[in-house]
Structure formats: C-alpha cells, structure tokens
Design a protein around this ligand. Structure first.
Ligand code: DAH
Length: 355
C-alpha cells in the first residue's frame, strides 16, 4: 500500500473513534503541523519521478481535502454539542419577576468629609492620613504636652497598654507631627479622621471625627488663618456672609491659641448660620508653637504657620439638621436611609465656589 493510502486509512479510523476537542487538535497537528504527515508528503513532491508526479500530487490533494473536511466537521460537531449542553443546563426563566433593587446611601459623616476635603483642596491643601492607634509621643509629647500637663487628663484617653505608650488618638493633631517628620516645609495639609475619648452623651460619642489643618511656610501669620477659616465656613454652609469671632484660648501646641465661634440664630425652629446674635463654638486653632516645630526638626526662626482642629460631626449635625450625635454611630438603617446621601449625587460643593 502506498504511504498516502496508509496515512488515509489510519487517520480515517482514528477520526471514527470518540474524540474530544483536544484529541482532534492533536490529530490535526500530526497531519498538518509543520512536520505533519501530510505536510511532509507535500515536501516530497519535488523528489517524485516526473511521470508519477502529477498523479501523486492530485492523490495527495484529495486525501488532504478529505481529512481536513472530516476534521472541521468534527470540530463543529463538538462545539455545537458543548453549546447545547450549556443551554440545557443553564436555563434562564425570563418570566421570573426582577429582584428588588437596593442602592446604599453615603453616611452623612463621609459626605461631610468629602465636602470638607473638596473645599480645602480648592485653596491648595492636600489630604493626609494617620493611624487611629497612635503612640504617646505623637499624640502628646511632640505636640508640646508634657507628662504632667492637665490637657492629658482633659482628653480622657483610651490607653492600649499599661505603660501608656500606645493609645487611640484623642485628636487628629498627631498627623501634623507625622507629616512634618516625613517631609520638609512648606506644609499645607488637612487630615480628616476618627478620634477617640472616653465620653458619651447626647453631644459626645467615644468615637468621633475631626479634621486637622496645618499650614507652615516662611511668612504665614494669623490673618492667613482667619482668611482660610472664613472661606471654609462660608463654603461649607453655603452662605455669602459669616459672622465669626476668635476667642483667646489655650492649647499646648499653639501660641497664641484661639477658639472660633460663628454667629447663628433660630428661625421657625431651624438654625440659620451666619446671622443672629448667638454664638456657637466650632473649632480650635492657633499659631503652631515653636517647640512643636523644633520637635519635628523645623527651624522656628525660618518657618511658622497656623493649625486648626474642627469637629466634623458637629458640622454635619449643623448643616444637615441632625440633633443627636449618637444616631451617627447606631447604624440604624432607617436613619441612614433618611439622612444618607445618594452615591450618584454630586456633593453641593463640587459645583465650585459659591462666592
Ligand atoms: N487638637 C485639639 C482638640 O482636639 C483641636 C485643635 C486646637 C487642633 C488647636 C489644632 C489647634 O491644630 O491648633 O481639642
């Protein structure tokens, strides 16, 4: 029997057995691959005697076509049966009613943090973060709060070890220290985040939120602080005018220090910010104490600036008319549905400056 016939008979037989896709691909390459049986026969054509060459070539082409046809129809068959099997198994009942569509809401505190960050980023502040678990040094000592300083008691700290070395940060001010230690001045950052104190009533929760601000450069003074806070409060409450006053205060990490009040009044049971003759304390601030700068290796004869710390929850309560702080953290789904924000809504302040 000629080689061609042998190949043909052998492979016709093979193709009759039960094959899967990889068997067929294997056969295909045995026959038509670079050194496949049929391919090698084609290479041989030149060596065949002139008189037999034409017949050989025509026989070879016939065998090639026959085998190729069988192979492609087998492949088709297998692919179809895989699809049919899938269709059988994965029946979809298109008559079933749709599942209810539930969309989550953004928590008012997260929304407020986004708004605050966007307002400050408009005037060149970048956002820094620090860990909730802090060391004593960053939270107190580096911020010019010595061991026996009464501010330590005021903070009702949650300590995490007996030696009082690790704690839940009592304010976001340690992010000032972290930022200044890892970089060189100038600094212009805000640091929003969670803070903790052992305290709980209608206006205090053991976990709450603050945003820290820090601006250090060569010629930064208190008028920059006032201008910055004035801009922020107007943008945040979306009012054109704001009544604001600085009251002398004390923080170990600033000198001079101040607390800032904004004017408000109650009209028809609603709080109106920026008008009236009542005052509401909303933040603490001051010029960063030279000792703090020295602690982070910044030369206070060359650089100075201001810092502030704002209670975020209080701002959110004022802006969105929420009167019990504890509701923020109770995870009541109905409350969240009412006070939460639609994730697809653009926060009001993203439309740009309101002035
Ligand atoms: N850390 C202060 C607190 O939690 C708030 C504060 C006051 C932050 C003055 C500051 C500041 O950066 O300058 O009560």
């Amino acid at each position: 029997m000629s080689d061609l016939k042998k190949i043909k008979n052998e492979y016709l037989l093979k193709l009759k057995s039960k094959l899967n896709l990889s068997d067929i691909n294997q056969i295909k390459s045995e026959l038509f691959g670079k050194n496949g049986l049929v391919s090698s026969q084609f290479k041989k054509i030149g060596t065949i005697a002139q008189s037999d060459r034409k017949k050989f070539a025509s026989d070879l082409n016939i065998i090639k076509d026959e085998l190729q046809n069988i192979i492609s129809s087998k492949i088709n068959e297998i692919e179809n049966s895989v699809i049919n099997e899938k269709l059988e198994k994965e029946q979809i009942d298109v008559t079933l009613p749709e599942r209810p569509f539930v969309r989550g809401k953004i928590h008012p505190v997260s929304q407020t943090i986004d708004e605050i960050s966007s307002i400050f980023s408009e005037i060149g502040f970048s956002v820094e973060e620090g860990p909730d678990v802090e060391n004593e040094y960053n939270n107190f000592t580096a911020l010019n709060t010595p061991d026996n300083h009464p501010a330590r008691d005021m903070h009702d700290t949650f300590y995490l070890d007996e030696k009082k070395q690790r704690l839940l940060r009592t304010h976001t001010s340690p992010v000032q220290i972290r930022t200044m230690l890892k970089d060189r001045p100038p600094f212009k950052i805000i640091a929003p985040g969670r803070t903790y104190r052992s305290d709980s009533d209608q206006t205090h929760a053991p976990m709450f939120h603050q945003v820290e601000g820090l601006h250090i450069d060569k010629n930064i003074n208190m008028s920059h602080l006032k201008g910055c806070l004035n801009y922020f409060i107007k943008e945040f409450f979306e009012v054109k005018k704001i009544k604001m006053r600085f009251r002398p205060s004390h923080f170990p990490f600033t000198e001079p220090s101040a607390e800032v009040d904004i004017g408000y009044e109650i009209k028809d049971g609603k709080i109106i910010i920026g008008e009236g003759d009542k005052w509401l304390e909303i933040l603490g601030c001051g010029m960063v104490h030279p000792n703090v700068l020295r602690n982070v290796k910044v030369d206070p004869t060359k650089f100075q600036g201001y810092a502030f710390g704002i209670g975020i929850d209080r701002l959110a309560m004022l802006k969105y008319g929420i009167n019990d702080l504890r509701a923020f953290f109770e995870c009541d789904y109905r409350w969240l549905n009412h006070f939460g924000f639609d994730p697809l809504d653009v926060p009001t302040n993203y439309r740009g400056l309101s002035r």
